[in-house]
Design a protein around this ligand. Structure first.
Ligand code: AMP
Ligand code: MG
Length: 339
């Protein structure tokens, strides 16, 4: 049985003792972070980490991110912390950025999918920080969803996917960013972004100099550098089509008119309605849209949508680059240009 614990304020922190103990002793605990909900296990316990892959149905060759509460914990996990890593940790952490460095032997191979490098992040969410600090161990955690489905940004989503597969689900409300962290590989020159996320290429380059960016619209057909990049991700059950650019309205109306027999749900970038379709307003800014995307995909599925059509009128850059990346993977590259 999964136990749900609701944490709303620091006075509720005492409730984290039981899940922290469970984590330290090899059980699975789902917890909120500012990016998405994580499915945590003691990162130093290979057996516990293996159970993450089973619970999610995650391919074994997709490595996990190790979450720590304080910068001081990183030194025992990696061979060295180069100046660029120090800068990122001092300036952008805690926050939605994950750095990749050469791993130490304390990290079991199952965490890194057998690789010599490990991904490390300090989450900004205070519940995540408190839980990890109380557990007293680094916590390996991928997103707390069934592999391939949209990532969980509410405790409800975790319950849908992992009920009874974890000891505790900590409910800390909606995730503030709503998309996963930026993953930057600091073991290559120049450092390379392997996954766009909550911290932009621009911010990273301003801090540490040249950074190889992740191109908006890059598809899974390019050779994967990060093993996780080759899997289809974030996919709703419904078919999905994305309308990129400003002139989306006519194209979406035509698509709805051409498919009268099916349930259509439109994800809108602002308040708008379409005759013959349900709508879910994801928000008029890339930040709001990012925060709401995964919840909207699950809501559309739960409402029985056959097709999801998504407005995507934002210029790329900043968090919009990460939003493009996720939504392109959600729809399997089914994108229409509307200029
Ligand atoms: P998730 O935990 O579901 O957010 O996925 C973690 C992401 O981080 C995946 O895309 C992984 O491929 C990537 N990742 C984790 N560790 C490494 C690593 N050592 N090298 C490259 N990518 C990594
Ligand atoms: Mg994931």
């Amino acid at each position: 049985m999964s136990k749900v614990i609701t944490v709303k304020k620091p006075q509720d922190f005492y409730q984290l003792d039981a899940p922290a103990e469970a984590l330290a002793s090899g059980e699975l605990v789902a917890f909120p972070t500012e990016t998405v909900y994580g499915l945590g296990a003691n990162a130093l316990d290979a057996f516990a980490v293996k159970s993450i892959f089973t619970a999610k149905g995650r391919p074994q060759d997709n490595p996990l991110i190790v979450h720590i509460a304080h910068k001081s914990q990183i030194y025992e996990l990696v061979k060295s912390v180069p100046p660029a890593a120090e800068k990122i940790l001092d300036t952008l952490a805690p926050g939605p950025v994950t750095i990749i460095l050469e791993k130490n032997d304390v990290i079991p191979d199952v965490v890194t999918a057998g690789g010599k490098t490990v991904a490390v992040r300090i989450p900004e969410n205070y519940i995540a920080q408190e839980l990890i600090a109380r557990a007293g161990v680094p916590v390996a955690a991928p997103s707390a969803n069934t592999s391939g489905k949209p990532s969980p940004t509410k405790a409800e989503h975790v319950k849908e996917d992992l009920w009874d597969k974890v000891s505790y689900i900590i409910d800390g409300g909606s995730c503030s960013v709503g998309l996963e962290s930026t993953v930057i590989d600091l073991t290559v020159t120049p450092p390379a972004i392997l996954r766009p996320g909550g911290i932009s290429h621009e911010e990273l380059a301003a801090l540490i100099g040249e950074v190889r960016g992740y191109k908006s619209g890059d598809s899974d057909t390019t050779a994967p550098k990060s093993p996780g990049m080759k899997y289809r991700h974030y996919a709703p059950k419904a078919k999905m089509k994305v309308f990129k650019g400003q002139a989306f309205e006519e194209a979406i109306k035509e698509t709805i008119a051409a498919t009268p027999q099916v349930n259509v749900c439109v994800l809108t970038a602002g308040e708008r309605t379409y005759q013959g379709a349900k709508t879910i307003n994801c928000g008029a800014t890339p930040e709001e849209y990012s925060k709401n995307l995964f919840d909207a995909l699950r809501t559309a599925d739960n409402q029985g949508a056959d097709i999801i059509l998504a407005e995507l009128p934002f210029p790329s850059g900043g968090i919009a680059t990460a939003l493009y990346n996720r939504i392109y993977k959600s729809c399997g590259g089914n994108v229409v240009l509307c200029k």
